[in-house]
Design a protein around this ligand. Structure first.
Ligand code: C2E
Ligand code: CA
Ligand code: CA
Length: 686
C-alpha cells in the first residue's frame, strides 16, 4: 500500500470515529439534556467534516487534480470546519467543566473571533498560490497553532476538575489527551513553518496519521468516560441533597425557624421523655411555664421585623438568663414561649423561677434609645400533679396563661382557676361567634354625652361599643373586648366602629347644624400602632364631608407608651390633620407625669379613681386639683370620667375641670335617645 493511501485511510477512519463520537453525544443529549453536550456534539461533527474534507484534499493532491477552484474550496472548507470544531470544543468543554453555560457575551466573543479568523485565513489562502510556503502557513500553521493553544488551555482547565474529583479518571485521561494533542499541533504548526516540504508532518504520513488517530481516540474516550462519571457524580449529589433536605425538614418540623428553639412538637416530645423519668421516680416533678407576649403584633409593626427579631433574641436571652442548664426553652407560637423545668423538687421553686423570668421581661427594651414595654403573662402547670400526659400539661399551662392574660395577674397556676371557660373548644366557639357577630352587624355603638362645665352644654359624645347578642341581650365591652382583641377580631371591628361613629356624626351635623357636636372613639393599642391610622381617618372624614376637628380619638397611656416615640409621632400626625386626641384613663397604668409632659394631646381624661371619694376625702381632692392644674399648665383640657353624683360634680367644678362625663350627666344610650336633647339647647340636667 502506498503511504498516502494509508494517510487517506486513517483520515477516513478518524472522520468516522469523530462522527460516531458526535452521534454518541447527540444520544447523551437526548437523555441528559446538559447544555454543553450539544456544543460538543457539534464540535465533533465539525471535526468529522474537517477530517473527511482533509481526506478528499489529500486524495485530490496526489491524484494531481489541477483544479484551483476545487483545491481552494476544499481548503476553505477545511479551515472553516476546523475553526468551528475549535470554537464548539472550547465552548462545550468550558461550560461542561464549569457546569454552567457560558455567558452570552463570552459566547459571542468566541464565535466572533473564530469567524473573523476563519474568514481571514480562507480569504488569504485564495489569494496565495496554492503550493507556496505562505499558503501552507495559512492552511496549517496558523489553525494548528490556535488549536495547540486551545488544547493546552483545556488541559490546564482539567486540573481544577481533577482536584475537585480526585477519584475520577476522565480528568486525567482528558489532560493526557489534550496535552498530547496540543503538543502534536504545536509540533505540526512549527515544523510547517521551518522544514522543507518533504520533512513536513503531512509528508511523514503514516507516523503522523497514527499519532493523530491515537489522539482523537484518547479525546473521544476521555469525553465519554467523563460523561459517565459526571452522571454518577450528579446522582450521588442528588442523593446527598435529598438526604440533607430530609434532615432539614426534620429540623424544621421540630424547631422554630427564626430562633432555632424547639417548637411545640419538640417541646411536647421532650416533655414526654421527661414524664417517663418523673413517673419512674418518687418525688420528681416537672413544671411547665407558658409565656405569652401581649401587643407583639403592635410592637413588631411599630419597630419593623428586623428589630422585632432582635427583640425576640433579647427576650430569649432574658428568659434564659441565670436559668439552670437543664431547663428547656421552646417557642410554641409567634408570641408564645414555653419553659420546661425538669427535675423540680418543690412547686415553689418553679414559681420562684417563673416570677424571676417575668420580672426580667417587664423591664423595657431599648430600641433606638427609646424604651419599649411589652406585657407578658405566665401560666404554669405541674406534672404529675395536674396530669401525667405531656400534651395535657402543655395545654393546661397554656390555658393558665390565657387566664393570666385576661385577668391581668402575672402568673396563674393551673388548678387555681375555673377550668372550662378558656378550654380550647370554648375559645374556638367564642371566636366563631365573634366573627359571625361582626359579619351580621350585631355590634353597635352607644353614645354618652361629654358635658362642658362652663356652658353646661353637651360638647360631644363618646362612642361606646355594645354587642346586641341574639340571646344574651346587650353586652358591654367587658364581656367580649378582651377576647376580640386576643382572637384578632378587634382589628376588623374597629374599622366598623369608626365608620358607624362618623356616620352618626354626619347625621347629627346635618340635623343640628347650628350647634355641632363632636364624637370620641376609643382606639385599641393595636390599632393605634398601625401607621396608616391618621390617613385612614382623614379619608373617612372626607368621604362624609366632615370636618376632622369633630373627631376625637381616645387612646390610653399604655397604647401610646408601647413605643413611646412612635406614639408621639402618631399623635402629632393625627393632630396635624386636625383630629383631636384624648388621653384616656389617665391615672391608671404606667401613668407618669414625665410622660404626660411629652404627650401633647387635646384632652386628658381623668380616670374614675380621681373622682371616686373626692367628696369625702380631702387628700383625694387635693391630688385631683393638683393634677388638673398641672395638665392645664401643659396647655391641655381636662375631662373627669365616671361622675355619678352632684357632690362629685360640685368638687370637680372647684377643681376647675373643663368637661365631665358620667351617669349623672347621661348614661351611654343609642343615638336616638339624644335627639330631643339635641333639638333643644343641649343643656343637661345640672
Ligand atoms: P372607657 O373608655 O373608660 O369608657 C368609659 C366606661 O365607663 C364605659 O364603659 C362607660 O359605660 C362607663 N361609665 C360611664 N359613666 C360611668 C359612671 O358614671 N359610672 C361608672 N361606673 N361607669 C361609667 P363601657 O361602655 O363598658 O366600656 C368599657 C371600656 O371598653 C371603655 O372604657 C373602653 O376602654 C372600652 N371600649 C368601649 N368601646 C370601645 C370601642 O369602641 N373600642 C375600643 N377599643 N374600646 C372600647
Ligand atoms: Ca374612653
Ligand atoms: Ca376611660
Amino acid at each position: 500500500m502506498h503511504p498516502y493511501d494509508f494517510v487517506i485511510a486513517t483520515l477516513i477512519v478518524q472522520s468516522l470515529a469523530a462522527i460516531i463520537l458526535a452521534l454518541l453525544l447527540w444520544m447523551f443529549l437526548r437523555s441528559l439534556e446538559h447544555h454543553y453536550l450539544k456544543q460538543l456534539a457539534l464540535a465533533f461533527t465539525a471535526l468529522s467534516i474537517h477530517l473527511g474534507v482533509s481526506a478528499v484534499e489529500v486524495l485530490a493532491f496526489f491524484a494531481e487534480l489541477d483544479s484551483l477552484v476545487l483545491t481552494n474550496m476544499l481548503v476553505i472548507a477545511q479551515i472553516v470546519s476546523f475553526m468551528a470544531f475549535l470554537t464548539w470544543l472550547l465552548m462545550g468543554m468550558h461550560s461542561g467543566l464549569k457546569q454552567q453555560p457560558l455567558s452570552t457575551s463570552a459566547e459571542r466573543t468566541i464565535i466572533g473571533v473564530a469567524a473573523t479568523t476563519g474568514a481571514a485565513l480562507g480569504a488569504s489562502y485564495t489569494f496565495l498560490s496554492a503550493n507556496s510556503q505562505l499558503a501552507d502557513i495559512v492552511r496549517v500553521s496558523i489553525p494548528y497553532g490556535i488549536a495547540a493553544l486551545v488544547f493546552i488551555r483545556l488541559a490546564w482547565q482539567m486540573q481544577s476538575v481533577r482536584k475537585q474529583f480526585p477519584s475520577m479518571i476522565s480528568p486525567i485521561l482528558g489532560t493526557v489527551a489534550f496535552v498530547l494533542s496540543g503538543l502534536f499541533m504545536l509540533y505540526s504548526s512549527a515544523t510547517n513553518l521551518t522544514l522543507e516540504e518533504a520533512a513536513r508532518p503531512l509528508f511523514q504520513a503514516p507516523f503522523v496519521a497514527l499519532i493523530s488517530l491515537m489522539n482523537l481516540t484518547l479525546v473521544g474516550l476521555s469525553t465519554v468516560i467523563w460523561l459517565l462519571e459526571n452522571e454518577q457524580e450528579r446522582v450521588r449529589l442528588a442523593k446527598v441533597k435529598a438526604l440533607s433536605a430530609e434532615q432539614r425538614l426534620l429540623y424544621f418540623r421540630t424547631h422554630d425557624a427564626p430562633t432555632g428553639l424547639p417548637n411545640q412538637r419538640q417541646v411536647q416530645n421532650l416533655l414526654s421523655q421527661e414524664m417517663l423519668r418523673v413517673l419512674a421516680s418518687q418525688d420528681r416533678k416537672v413544671a411547665v411555664l407558658a409565656l405569652g407576649i401581649h401587643r407583639f403584633k403592635a410592637v413588631s409593626e411599630a419597630i419593623g421585623w428586623q428589630k422585632t427579631n432582635q427583640m425576640v433574641q433579647d427576650l430569649i436571652h432574658r428568659i434564659r438568663d441565670k436559668l439552670p442548664e437543664r431547663f428547656v426553652l421552646g417557642r410554641t407560637g409567634e408570641r408564645d414561649f414555653m419553659v420546661l423545668m425538669p427535675n423540680t423538687r418543690r412547686q415553689d421553686d418553679a414559681v420562684a423561677h417563673a416570677e424571676k423570668i417575668l420580672a426580667r421581661l417587664k423591664l423595657p427594651f431599648i430600641h433606638e434609645n427609646r424604651e419599649i414595654f411589652i406585657n407578658v403573662s405566665g401560666g404554669m402547670s405541674i406534672g404529675p400533679k395536674h396530669s401525667d400526659d405531656a400534651a395535657v400539661l402543655l395545654n393546661q399551662a397554656h390555658r393558665a396563661q390565657l387566664e393570666s392574660a385576661s385577668t391581668g395577674q402575672e402568673l396563674v397556676l393551673y388548678q387555681s382557676f375555673e377550668r372550662d371557660a378558656s378550654s380550647p373548644a370554648n375559645l374556638i366557639q367564642r371566636e366563631t361567634e365573634l366573627r359571625q357577630a361582626c359579619r351580621e352587624g350585631e355590634f353597635t355603638l352607644y353614645f354618652q354625652p361629654l358635658v362642658g362645665i362652663r356652658k353646661r352644654q353637651i360638647e360631644g359624645f363618646e362612642a361606646l361599643l355594645r354587642w346586641k347578642h341574639p340571646s344574651r341581650g346587650i353586652l358591654t365591652p367587658d364581656h367580649f373586648l378582651q377576647d376580640a382583641a386576643s382572637l384578632g377580631v378587634l382589628d376588623e371591628l374597629e374599622d366598623q366602629i369608626f365608620a358607624q361613629a362618623l356616620d352618626q356624626l354626619s347625621d347629627w351635623h346635618q340635623d343640628f347644624a347650628m350647634s355641632p357636636v363632636s364624637v370620641s372613639v376609643n382606639v385599641s393599642a393595636e390599632r393605634f400602632q398601625q401607621p396608616d391610622l391618621p390617613e385612614k381617618l382623614i379619608a373617612m372624614c372626607q368621604a362624609r364631608e366632615l370636618d376632622p376637628a369633630y373627631l376625637d380619638v381616645e387612646l390610653t397611656e399604655n397604647a401610646a407608651i408601647t413605643d413611646f416615640e412612635a406614639g408621639l409621632d402618631t399623635i402629632q400626625r393625627l393632630r396635624d390633620q386636625g383630629i383631636k386626641v384624648s388621653l384616656d384613663d389617665f391615672g391608671t397604668g404606667y401613668s407618669s407625669l414625665a410622660h404626660l409632659q411629652r404627650l401633647q394631646v387635646d384632652y386628658v381624661k381623668l380616670d374614675r379613681s380621681f373622682v371616686q371619694g373626692i367628696e369625702h376625702d380631702k387628700q383625694q381632692l387635693a391630688l385631683t386639683r393638683a393634677v388638673v392644674e398641672l395638665i392645664h399648665s401643659l396647655g391641655m383640657r381636662v375631662l373627669a370620667e365616671g361622675v355619678e353624683n352632684r357632690s362629685q360634680l360640685g368638687h370637680l367644678i372647684k377643681c376647675r375641670v373643663d368637661l365631665v362625663q358620667g351617669h349623672l350627666l347621661g348614661r351611654p344610650q343609642p343615638a336616638e335617645a339624644f335627639r330631643e336633647l339635641l333639638q333643644g339647647d343641649h343643656l343637661t340636667a345640672f
